[in-house]
Design a protein around this ligand. Structure first.
Ligand code: SAM
Length: 212
């Protein structure tokens, strides 16, 4: 975690310049984030935390879609940039490993390319943390680098430009969500687009309600 934080601190201004809004120009991703916002608004279960928000572009996109959203990031430099860029939105320093967020209070969790740096053995704990902070009826949307290779290792390390990262099979990510008690709504497997090297995976899931 320290290495990831230091790596993003070091590249924050450059990263922010390159990725003002990491879903801009990616119609399928944009549509998914819009659909996520629609689910969140309809469920009306609380605000959305954009975990690993980086410079805050997707947090701002959610806000523009009528969702109350705030960002959390482990990198102080990223949080500072996000605050400067979007002074009307809230951005906190924090780690997905131990969120300073009360149980069952969020209507949504977005983790857009932030689980990619989590060592595979820590992923179950991160998903448990997602499920803990979501309110019943709350939604989870994940974006990540994907691989079709599900064996023998569900996570493949690669030389990400900023910090060691992993490609994850979509089935594996869906299993992690399910093991944390979340129900899959849908998934997307997208071929790499412009300036992308790998397959892209997205998963949308929901925390069940007690209602029948
Ligand atoms: C590839 S960037 C994505 C940023 C943003 N979501 C976007 O799409 O532009 C990954 C971000 O996740 C943050 N991050 C990685 N692991 C984290 C963790 N365990 N807790 C909080 N933030 C984390 C990094 O500091 C970095 O800002």
């Amino acid at each position: 975690m320290d290495a990831v934080r230091a790596a993003y601190d070091a590249v924050a201004p450059l990263y922010a310049e390159m990725f003002r809004d990491s879903i801009e120009g990616r119609p399928l991703d944009s549509a998914l984030v819009t659909a996520f916002a629609e689910y969140v608004r309809a469920a009306d279960a609380g605000p959305v935390a954009d975990l690993g928000c980086g410079p805050g572009g997707v947090t701002a996109r959610l806000a523009s879609l009528g969702v109350t959203a705030f960002g959390v990031d482990a990198s102080p430099a990223m949080v500072q940039l996000a605050r400067e860029r979007y002074p009307d939105l809230r951005f906190d320093e924090g780690s997905m490993h131990a969120l300073d967020i009360a149980d069952g209070t969020l209507g949504g969790v977005l983790a857009w390319y932030s689980i990619i740096h989590t060592p595979p053995e820590d992923l179950p704990a991160i998903f448990t943390e997602f499920a803990r902070v979501l309110a019943p009826g709350g939604h989870l949307l994940l974006g990540f680098f994907a691989t079709d290779d599900d064996s023998p290792h569900p996570a493949e390390p690669f030389d990400h430009k900023v910090s060691l990262a992993y490609r994850l099979s979509i089935d594996h990510v869906a299993d992690l969500a399910s093991e944390a008690g979340l129900t899959e709504i849908g998934r997307l497997r997208r071929e790499p687009g412009e300036n992308e090297r790998f397959l892209q995976g997205r998963l949308l899931a929901r925390k069940p309600t007690d209602k029948p």
